[in-house]
Write a protein that binds this ligand. Structure first.
Ligand code: GUN
Length: 294
């Protein structure tokens, strides 16, 4: 079997086009332009790239990017003061604080300071609790992207065995909640799981979010399964250059899986598309408008 490739790049581009159309209508009908504030602390090169890409996507969707760059040495109090001002600013509909933060800042305290209605990362405890309770919530972007991609090949996940490898607050736990909300039977595996390969072989849907290059091998995959690879790992490539690989050994896994996301070009592009989707959803909810039908 050769797996169907789940083309995240194309699916994300289509989603972004639909969002841009909705934003145009929102402007025409209500004179509203969604604004997304992205806060970057320090000069982590990977974070700088992410933040630049986020701003580009925001502008491309017809939204307003509000970029706030603070020095590495900023105090927690200064960052909390910035968040308070963004919470109070009616032109700001979404707030994202790029993680990780420097050690003098308590990330949990910062996340909890964001107005839950503007929490487009879905990391605020109120949104985490709402997702877990099956209530409407802003949900984390990468997990949302994973489920959207899985549903392009499996329109219903009801009754399917889903295995998530990884239990982070950013991906593993929220993706498990989203899969549960889709009525899948969900197992969350992690570094202390016994016989991880056997657990993975049960999966009709396997989500790999471990952060270890090519960790998931072909013989861990049930023939015909849908494999969603969240990993972004930089490893040595040819001619002294580096390359990006996922958490799944893609070439061998493709011979067993029914469908698989490539890396790059799978989950990655969906994260930013879901961020602008969350910004649109937050804007509508804040203004008493119905949720966009996307
Ligand atoms: N750093 C890595 N992933 C993320 C994410 O999804 N959101 C934020 N805010 N920071 C991140």
């Amino acid at each position: 079997m050769t797996a169907r490739i789940i083309d995240g790049k194309t699916i994300a581009a289509e989603l972004r086009t639909r969002i841009a159309t909705d934003v145009t209508q929102l402007k025409a009908a209500h004179g509203m332009t969604p604004g997304l504030a992205v806060v970057l602390v320090g000069a982590n090169p990977a974070s700088e790239v992410y933040v630049r890409n986020k701003s580009k996507a925001v502008t491309g969707a017809g939204m307003t990017p509000i970029d706030r760059h603070l020095p590495e040495s900023v105090s927690e109090a200064e960052l909390l003061a910035l968040i308070a001002s963004l919470n109070a600013d009616p032109t700001v509909n979404g707030i994202l604080v790029q993680l990780p933060l420097p050690p003098q800042i308590d990330g949990q305290k910062v996340i909890a300071a964001i107005d839950p209605a503007k929490d487009v990362d879905g990391f605020h405890p109120l949104n985490v609790g709402r997702l877990g309770s099956g209530l409407p919530a802003l949900v984390p972007c990468t997990p949302l992207g994973c489920v959207i991609l899985a549903k392009t090949v499996l329109p219903s996940l009801a009754g399917l065995e889903a295995v998530v490898i990884g239990r982070s607050n950013i991906v593993g736990k929220p993706v498990a909640q989203l899969l549960l909300a889709e009525n899948a039977t969900v197992t969350v595996a992690h570094s202390r799981t016994r016989d991880l390969a056997a657990v993975c072989r049960r999966a009709d849907v396997l989500i790999a979010a471990i952060g270890k290059p090519e960790f998931v091998r072909a013989d861990w995959i049930k023939p015909g399964a849908t494999v969603i690879d969240v990993g972004i790992n930089r490893v040595p490539g040819e001619a002294g250059k580096s390359k990006i690989v996922g958490d799944v050994a893609y070439a061998e896994a493709s011979a067993v899986a029914g469908a698989i996301t490539p890396v790059p070009g799978g989950v990655g592009p969906m994260t930013i598309a879901c961020l602008i989707l969350n910004t649109l959803r937050a804007t509508c909810a804040q203004n008493g408008l119905p949720a966009p039908a996307i």
